[in-house]
Design a protein around this ligand. Sequence first.
Ligand SMILES: Cc1cc2nc3c(=O)[nH]c(=O)nc-3n(C[C@H](O)[C@H](O)[C@H](O)COP(=O)(O)OP(=O)(O)OC[C@H]3O[C@@H](n4cnc5c(N)ncnc54)[C@H](O)[C@@H]3O)c2cc1C
Ligand code: SF4
Length: 551
Amino acid sequence: MSSLRGRNESAWLLPKGPGSNLGLRENMRRYRDDDELDIVIVGCGAGGATLLQRLARAGWRAVGLDAGPFWEPEQDWVSDEAGSHHLYWTEPRVIGGSDPVPLGSNNSGRGVGGSMVHFAGYTPRFHPSDFHTLSADGVGADWPLEYGELRPYYEDIEAELPVSGEHWPWGDPHTYPHRPHPVSGNGELFLRGANACGVTAKVGPVAIANGRFGNRPHCIYRGFCLQGCKVNAKASPLITHVPDALAHGAEIRPDSMATRICLDERTGLATGVEYVQGGIQRFQRARLVAVAGYSIETPRLLLNSTSPRFPDGMCNDFDQVGRYLMVQGAPQTAGRFQAEVRMWKAPPPEVSTEDFYETDPAKPYKRGFSIQCVSPLPITWAEHVAAQGHWGAALRRYMSDYPHWACLGALCEFLPLEGNRVTLADETDRNGIPVARFSYSQCDNDRQLMSAAQQVMEQILNAAGAEEVITINRYAHLVGGARMAATEDAGVVDRNLRSFAVPNLLVTDGSVLPTQGSANPALTIMALAARAAGVLVQGARRGVTMSTKED
Ligand SMILES: Cc1cc2nc3c(=O)[nH]c(=O)nc-3n(C[C@H](O)[C@H](O)[C@H](O)COP(=O)(O)OP(=O)(O)OC[C@H]3O[C@@H](n4cnc5c(N)ncnc54)[C@H](O)[C@@H]3O)c2cc1C
Ligand code: SF4
C-alpha cells in the first residue's frame, strides 16, 4: 500500500486549525449535466465519499450528488444539542411492524459527510466470524467475501481517519495507528467495573485524532462529537476524504436530491441520475452510477426507479430490494455514583468491550453484543430518564443530579430477517416522490440479546459502585436493504458491490451489509467502498467494461 499522504492528503489540505478549505470548493472542477462522466455517485457519506475520493485519485471524471448542504463546520455547527438538529435527515418516512424503529435524529445524516458528521466516532472492525454466521451459527447470512479480503482496506482507512486505541485483542487482533486517548470519569468507571467483573475492556477504537494530524488539531475533549465536531478532530468524510477528492478533480453537488436512476431499455445499462436542485429537475449522464444514500434512502431510490424492464423497482427481479434491513439493539444503562462523574466532559466514545461479541454455546441465543461508553448530553439524558416514567419533580431531580451519572451502551447483533424491509408508502415528499415505509419486527434471539446486554451493563456499573441503575431500550445503526450475496436471487449486489441486474450500477453504502455484527458499521462501510473502488480501478486498467462479468 502507498504511504498515507500519497494515498489521501485530506488532513494536509485543510486549513491549520478549525474550518474548511473553501478555496478547494470554490475552485473544484465542474462538469455539465450532458458531459458523460465516468461515474455519478448518489450520497457523499461514509460509502459515497470514500468511493469518490478513490476514483478521483485514479483520474476518473466523478461527481457526487448529495441531498443536503456542503457543511462549513465553523459556520453551520454549534456546540449545542438542540442547535444541531439540522444535521439529521428529517424528511418524512413511515414506520411500522411489531417493533417500529423511530427514525430521525438517531439514524441518518444529511449533507456532505453523511451520518459520520454526527456519528459518535467508534470505529471497530467486524470480526472474522461476522462473514459466515450462517455456516458457523445457523443464523444470519454468509457474506460472499471473507474478512481477510477486507483487512488491507480496514488498515488503510484506520490510518486515514485516523483511529486511536489500545491493542485490540478481539476478532482479528490488531493495533491502531494512534495511541489511546486519556479517559474521563465515565471511561474510568467502565474500566473499574469491568475489571471487577473479570470483563476485558479497552480504550478505543475512536476516529478522533490523538494529537495533531496533518493540519487537523487535537481533540479538546468537550464532548460534542454527536453535534458535528467544530474542531475537526473527529473524522467524517467531509474532512477525511472530500478535500482529497476535490483536489483530484471530483465535483460535489450539494442540495441535489436524486429522484431516479435512468435505464437504457435496449442495453439494460444505467444512463445517469435524475435529481432536483433548487426546485429544478436535472439529469446527469454517466457511464457508471453508484448509490450510497444510507439504508433507507438507497432502497427507496431503487424502488422508485421503475421502468418497463423493472416494473417493481430497479434491481428488484427477485424482490430483494429493501429486505433484510437491520438495526442494532442499543439499550443504554446509566448508573448513579456518589462522586461526580461529569460524563459530558469527554468524547462520548471512549472504552469498549467485545468479550460478549461471539456466540457462547452456553447461552440460549446466538451471536452477541458489545458494550461501549456513551455519554448522553442533557436533552438525551432527559429522554433517558423520562423513558423510566419519571416526570415533573422526579425528572427535575434526575436532571439536577446529572453530574453524578455514568452511562454505558450496548450494541446487540439483531438478525437479518426477510420481512424487515423498506417498501414505498402512499405518501409523497415535497418532490412528489413516494417516501419510504420501514417495517421492523424483532425475533426472540434479538430480545434475548437485549436482556443479556442489560444484565451485563448493570453488573459492570454495580461493580464500579453505582447506587442506582436505570436502562432505556433503543436502537442504533441501520444497515442492509440492498445486501451483498453470492447469487442474484439472494441479494442485490455481488462481492464487489456491483448490482446483479444492472452491470454498471453499484451500491456502496451500509445497505450492502448481509449481517451487522455488534460493531459500529462506519469503518466497515468505508473499507467496503475502498475495496469496490480498487476493483473498479484495476478492472478499468485491464480494459474490463462494466458489462463484462468478472471477479
Ligand atoms: C447518532 C449517531 C451516532 C452514530 N455513531 C456511530 C459510531 O460511533 N460509529 C459508527 O461506525 N457508526 C455510527 N453511526 C452510524 C454511521 O454514521 C452510519 O452507519 C454511516 O455513516 C452510514 O454510512 P452510509 O454511507 O451508509 O450513509 P451516510 O453516511 O448517511 O451517507 C448518506 C448520504 O446520502 C445522502 N442522500 C440520501 N439520499 C439521497 C438522495 N436521494 N440524493 C442525494 N443524496 C442523498 C445523505 O444526505 C447522506 O449525506 C452513528 C449514527 C448516528 C445517527
Ligand atoms: S470531544 Fe473532541 S472529537 Fe468530540 S467534538 Fe469535541 S473536539 Fe471534537
